[in-house]
Design a protein around this ligand. Structure first.
Ligand code: SF4
Length: 362
């Protein structure tokens, strides 16, 4: 655990069926979360269709157990519990930070572990941060998920379940696809999950942001085939040789190609894009670095989101320990961008006490 320590409350959660995370045993039951009403109706046969509607309504509220479905008789709940589970994943650990952030560690059916985070802003609005892969193959040097490597893509249901687990902890105002993994390398499953979240669950697309390390083919696919959610690109630096070393994705997706693709995306969607820059002490924070970012932003309608690196122990870049930039370094960088007329925001440091901040998952 990194950063400030905060008041951290760690809890291993026992599920309604007695399982605890990491120890999934016994017969596998069909999980109901993430099924459309039609699919749920089919799965529940011979129960009548109105039961599917009742159960669906409970699931969208993030209910934890069949027993909580109070408008269904005890006998039916018992029968349901024998045949089905609510989720295929188990909350194996829940960590709460004093700043309102909650990080869930979910153990999937095959034992893979992923993380999802619920961030809370100063007004109490909640943002759900979802993962799309177990681990990540992209190898960004400043990211803990990158350091653990790639395990597998998540299924549509596993992405939806994260949203449903988080909704049980409060109303969600925004969704960011910024957890573990590169979303554009699991776009089909993500697309279906988002279609469920924004369709069946009625969540507005305008309140969903997908963040990519900059995979041009995926951005083009998004531009052509949707979904029309907000796009964020983790740029980090516009110094091409440096970016190649910090984010290996640059070797196959060079910055000119990335920029050309973003212009294409913007022509189709005319939506403002967010360029995220993770600031690493003395690495990408100079005046020249800011100028290169501003030059990259030319011809694009963008907001720049500056993210001072969230420390993760033991992470190194070319032999030296990575460091968090100091306040003056961050402010100088922001001022240089603003001088170029750019709209700059700084990401709050929520979640550091539970290692749930950007780049700390894994
Ligand atoms: S920053 Fe994102 S794309 Fe890069 S390694 Fe981490 S999870 Fe993967």
């Amino acid at each position: 655990m990194q950063g400030h320590t905060g008041d951290v409350d760690v809890e291993t959660v026992r599920m309604n069926d007695g399982r605890t995370g990491g120890a999934i045993q016994g017969v596998r039951k069909t999980a109901l979360a993430g099924l459309s009403i039609e699919a749920l109706t089919d799965a529940l046969k011979p129960l009548p269709a109105f039961r599917a509607k009742q159960i669906f309504r409970w699931l969208t509220r993030g209910v934890r157990s069949f027993n909580d479905m109070t408008d269904i008789s005890y006998m039916v709940r018992e029968a349901l519990d024998k045949r089905f589970s609510l989720y295929s994943s188990v909350i194996s650990r829940r960590l709460s930070d004093a700043d309102g952030t909650v990080k869930l560690q979910l153990t999937l059916e095959d034992g893979c572990v992923i993380e999802s985070v619920l961030l809370s802003d100063d007004e109490g609005r909640k943002t759900a941060c979802l993962s799309t892969q177990a681990g990540c193959a992209m190898g960004c040097v400043f990211c803990k998920t990158g350091a653990i490597g790639f395990r597998r893509n998540l299924s549509t249901a596993e992405i939806i379940e994260q949203f449903l687990h988080l909704i049980s902890m409060g109303a969600i105002a925004n969704v960011v696809i910024m957890g573990m993994g590169e979303p554009l390398l699991n776009l089909n499953a993500l697309r279906e999950a988002l279609s469920f979240i924004t369709g069946e669950l009625g969540f507005s697309k305008r309140r969903v942001t997908l963040s990519t390390s900059g995979i041009a083919a995926g951005i083009r696919d998004l531009a052509d085939n949707g979904p029309g959610v907000r796009l964020a690109v983790s740029l980090t630096t516009a110094d091409e040789p440096l970016r190649e070393r910090l984010m290996p994705v640059t070797r196959t997706n060079p910055l000119p190609l990335l920029k050309e693709t973003l212009i294409y995306y913007q022509r189709k969607h005319s939506k403002r894009i967010t360029l995220e820059t993770v600031l690493l002490r003395h690495i990408n924070t100079s005046h020249k670095d800011a100028e290169l970012v501003a030059r990259f932003a030319d011809d694009l309608d963008v907001a720049i989101n500056v993210i001072p690196w969230n420390p993760v122990a033991g992470m190194r870049f070319e032999g030296a320990a990575l460091g968090e930039p100091d306040r003056a370094e961050v402010e100088r960088f922001i001022a240089a961008l603003q001088k170029k007329g750019l709209n700059v925001t700084k990401r709050f440091k929520k979640g550091r006490g539970v290692a749930g901040a950007c780049g700390q998952l894994g």
